[in-house]
Design a protein around this ligand. Sequence first.
Ligand SMILES: Cc1ncc(COP(=O)(O)O)c(C=O)c1O
Length: 459
Amino acid sequence: MQEHQKRKAAKDFFDEVEKHRAENLGLGEFFRRSPQHHLGTPVFLAPTTVHYSVDKAMKLVGLGENNLVTIDVDENLHLDMEDLKKQFHTLNSNKRPVIGVIGVLGTTEFGVVDPIDQIVEFRKELRKENQDFYLHVDAAWGGYLAAIFRKKDGTWSRDSSQIRQGGMFGDFPSEKQFQAYYAVREADSVTVDPHKLGYLPYGSGAFVARNRETARFMRQDAPYVWGSDSGKRSQGTKEKLTDAVLKSTHGQYVIEGSRPGANSAGVYVTHKLLPLHREGFGTIVGRTLKVTKVFSEKIQALKEYLEKEKIARVCVPVKPETNILCYVANPYTNKDIDMLNKFTELVFEDLTNDPTRPLQTFNFMVSSTTLPLKILPLQSQNRVLTELGLARKRGTAHSDLSLTVLRHTLMNPWLGEVIDEQYFYLEEYLKYMKSLFKQTIRKSKLKQKKTREQEENRE
Ligand SMILES: Cc1ncc(COP(=O)(O)O)c(C=O)c1O
């Protein structure tokens, strides 16, 4: 086909699609037009660990938050392929169209990498039977770690053991993680946040589509702002697309119309200076993985100390895969999960932002999150409770319990260094936490005693 014929065919295709899009017709009209198909409400599928912004997106596009169907995860919080397949086929036989599947490349709370390669395999199988789904990868957190796989010439190593050699990146990547990252190229779209592991200013989010033409479907024209033909130029050749990109602004493609381009400029300049390959950005993010490995060893040492001294029991509920580590310590004699959560909140008070306290007085700052036990398989729920010495709660199923955990996002590549031959942050953290746990146990015992006395006095 000649170039101009290809261009015309592409234009005709897009014009035809435009006529039938739910975004233009509204979902009501969309379904009214095809009653013969008796279609149920369409859904997206995503693991239970998916970021809340996906719920928000479901609301925004009018698909409805309830139509984000969640898929179970395994003991280390990876999307469970068996459940994905089961749910896909069930929805299909109930005539509920599965528009897309979302896999997460580094979950927000635990940094876990979903098996993107297996989702891609599943889609290949479906395609043989003329079935399909859109695949979106949420790499907001973990996307930047791809820099360690990319060589300077832009190609990828295919041998994950080579990357692991010498332990430069701690235990990263396992073969499974490597395959997941390698398969991202098969996704239809990916989100990446330069303001996370790209260390760039807040608000630098990116949506990357496999086919640049996808952006056409998100475009909103407004002649007085963007010129009458800026977006329309993206209908044809590469040259014209570039032209359109240069003439357009983000506002045409994202939710906020009035949006500055400063963040994008920052991302552009940064990656010109520090390209996204293993000798550029990879050296920075790679070090954070090594730091996480050393930090895991420190947490193991903390656990051994607190348990030997019968001060507390420690559990790392999810094995760290990238550079986020969460753990929890339960005072040795406590068996009650609510008491444990209160205790963790007390510990957390010392480690979190407090506007009344000068920043300089903080030794360490961490975040916290809650792990609803129900998202774990039953066996893992039992493991976590046993490791923490928690008793089953009468009248409450495990699945209704949530555990507050201390969350450590290890983004600082220098955390693993010894400063002035004596100050090693991770070792200092270990010392600090040993004493913080002891102090907090004392504080909470005093608090309990006071409450008991007050109650007795009232009686
Ligand atoms: C995994 C993941 N996805 C998506 C997002 C994007 O969130 P927002 O809508 O706040 O930019 C985040 C941000 O924390 C995230 O961690």
